[in-house]
Design a binder for this molecule. Structure first.
Ligand SMILES: [Zn+2]
Length: 257
């Protein structure tokens, strides 16, 4: 029998989001490596003595048995496998985990193939955010670049996105609309709004983009450089999400006519 049609299924899942539902239940948004992103109901999860509650905490990895309901699946059994405790105990690290989960949620849709392929990345990111030897900003930048690559917005950092010249070792610009570096010559002629990017920031982004995590984990990054790269990435991500929201709204308008 096709597993997707079966009445119930078992899956590993990361808990991305949860919200109160009815008197005593919780609706969870989970990420599964086999079923992608989906909403499931955890009945009774808000009752004080609920056995289930501790196994479906935010940002944990759990083994779930999900039975299919009429509208959405229900968590029939839950067993926590990786608690990622620090993500709920440490406010700062929790905020980074929230950010990572939120980005994944916003860049993927239910039944989206990208979502299930992002499972290992998010799981590793939660584990890295729990490692106090690691800088959560480096972890986050690495995560953003891999996420963007998977969902089709890999920033172009080696050639100018306007004139296609190879990028020279000097300060450059960055275009959110074109998704990459713009050389100073093209920038001088460009009408679109561009963002200055220093050579050091460009080098750091390239290193993060091409290297395995192990070779960037212990980089010593000056706070000012961290700030610059963070500003650039956040600006680009917000731009992409706004454009995505606008196109979703546009599709809805077209469907409604
Ligand atoms: Zn150019």
């Amino acid at each position: 029998m096709n597993e997707r049609r079966a009445r119930s299924f078992r899956t590993t899942a990361l808990i991305l989001k949860r919200r109160d539902f009815g008197e005593s239940d919780r609706m969870l948004t989970i990420l599964s490596p086999t079923h992608g992103k989906l909403d499931v109901l955890a009945k009774g999860a808000r009752k004080p003595l609920s056995h289930k509650a501790g196994h479906v905490e935010l940002y944990t990895r759990s083994e779930l048995l999900i039975s299919r309901g009429r509208d959405f699946g229900q968590v029939a059994q839950a067993e926590m496998r990786a608690p990622y405790l620090l993500l709920r105990q440490d406010l700062t690290r929790g905020a980074y985990a929230h950010y990572a989960a939120e980005l994944l949620d916003r860049f993927t849709a239910q039944d989206d193939h990208d979502a299930l392929e992002l499972f290992p990345l998010l799981d590793e990111t939660f584990a890295r955010l729990c490692d106090q030897a690691l800088d959560p900003r480096t972890v986050s930048r690495f995560y953003e670049l891999r996420l963007l690559e998977r969902v089709g917005f890999r920033p172009e950092l080696h050639e100018c996105v306007i004139g296609r010249e190879p990028i020279q070792p000097q300060s450059q610009f960055f275009s959110y609309a074109e998704g990459g570096a713009v050389c100073p010559d093209c920038a001088a002629r460009a009408r679109a709004s561009l963002h200055a990017v220093s050579l050091d920031a460009l080098k750091l982004l390239r290193h993060l983009q091409r290297s395995p995590f192990a070779s960037v984990a212990n980089l010593r990054i000056a706070p000012a450089l961290h700030d610059e790269v963070e500003r650039l990435m956040l600006g680009y991500l917000v731009y992409l999400l706004e454009r995505r929201l606008q196109s979703a709204a546009f599709i809805q308008r077209v469907r409604a006519t």
